[in-house]
Design a protein around this ligand. Structure first.
Ligand code: PLP
Length: 377
């Protein structure tokens, strides 16, 4: 009697089981292994790759978070009522127009999941925020990537071309993602340009304006999209506590939109997406206007100093209204990035964005900025 013929199964691979939209995605590139680098370089590491806030959070936020820890055995408030009330009072919008997210990243993803599918297209700029194409792909929607303004553009090199973006909107477009100011370019557009853009876009197209860096911006003519929200029910503004409020690790973001938009997002939002420590920390950070002012002032002065010092050494920074600068080397930036990396200075290479000749450098503390400058070849 012969043995049963061995049937060889191919190795198990769950990718084949994933839905098509997910199977086509690539996992987030987390950049360098920072915990390992901290071990290697110790205190001499300068982390200038993630646009974190060099000042650190409000002491009042830290105190509120410590107090909230004792309550962590309970579920957090699924409505985030206290934080929403504080936001409502400060922004002058009804709480029914606010949704909270586990970082604004979550909200940007949720919006695509709620409003787009394979039958719809989503419009964004060529060098827009990296989450926009990911959110589009996760929803299985069709991306429309609109060429950016040219490098030579006077005020917004590589920035959003609002004219081209408006023209790119099709019958099947459900969402437009804009970032103002934008990451990684640092560029911005004024309120009047946004108003003109909204006038050209049908009301059935939702326009998301990601204002992650809003608090740092002080350019003339650049206020906030929020003032247009009342007159444009299709306008959605997202903000975050990760940047100017220096709470990136807490994961708190919010959006302001028409109550009907909020109602749709609430259907998909995980009920406890914000933990109780984050809710308490964000609420206290919002109340500490002085700390926010310090954060803005420090960023403005350090950014000015850094740009000038880089310019003295022959490095060209593109205009920025954020807490980072995009340095245009005019040649491949890989070598400089590795050179800095070997000296414990972490900056972000932009090849993944299609800008291989640039490096994105966050504005650090004076100490970190000096480390960067002294590590330059
Ligand atoms: C950093 C950043 C965010 C914020 O993301 P969170 O998830 O809130 O930390 C959103 N949009 C842009 C353009 C950013 O650079």
């Amino acid at each position: 009697m012969s043995a049963q013929p061995q049937r060889r199964e191919p190795p198990f691979d769950a990718t084949r089981l994933a839905n098509p939209a997910t199977a086509a995605l690539r996992a987030y590139d987390p950049g360098h292994d920072l915990p390992a680098l901290r071990q290697r370089f110790g205190v001499t590491i300068a982390e200038l790759g993630s646009n974190e806030n060099a000042l650190g959070p409000s002491p009042r936020a830290l105190e509120a978070m410590r107090a909230a820890l004792a309550e962590s055995y309970r579920y957090p408030d699924p409505r985030g009522a206290a934080l929403k009330a504080a936001l409502s009072a400060q922004l002058g919008v009804d709480t029914g127009r606010i949704a909270l997210g586990n970082g604004s990243h979550e909200l940007l993803m949720l919006l695509a999941q709620c409003f787009a599918d394979p039958a719809h297209s989503v419009v964004f700029s060529q060098y827009g925020f990296a989450v926009f194409p990911i959110a589009t792909a996760a929803a299985g929607a069709q991306p429309i990537r609109v060429p950016a303004l040219p490098r030579e553009h006077a005020s917004a090199p590589f920035g959003h071309d609002l004219d081209a973006l408006a023209q790119a909107v099709r019958e099947d477009t459900r969402l437009v993602y804009l970032a103002n100011p934008n990451n990684p370019t640092g560029t911005w557009f004024g309120d009047a340009a946004l108003a003109a853009f909204l006038a050209r876009v049908p009301r059935e197209v939702l326009v998301v304006v990601d204002e992650a860096y809003h608090e740092f911006a002080d350019a003339p003519g650049l206020g906030t999209a929020l003032q247009l929200a009342g007159s444009h029910p299709n306008l959605i503004v997202t903000r975050t506590f990760s940047k100017a409020h220096a709470l990136a690790g807490l994961r708190v973001g919010y959006l302001v939109a028409d109550p009907s938009v909020v109602a749709v997002v609430e259907r998909l939002r995980e009920s406890f997406n914000l933990n109780n420590v984050a809710l308490a920390g964000a609420e206290a950070a919002l109340a500490d206007r002085e700390h926010l002012q310090r954060s803005r002032a420090l960023n403005a002065s350090e950014r000015g100093w850094l740009v000038a010092e880089l310019a003295r050494r022959g490095y060209v920074c593109l205009p920025s209204q954020t807490n980072f600068v995009l340095v245009d080397l005019g040649r491949d930036a890989g070598e400089l990035e590795r050179h800095l990396f070997e000296r414990g200075v972490i900056v972000r290479p932009m090849g993944g964005y299609g800008l291989p000749q640039t490096l994105r450098i966050s504005v650090g503390s004076r100490d970190e900025n000096e480390r960067l400058l002294s590590a330059l070849p």
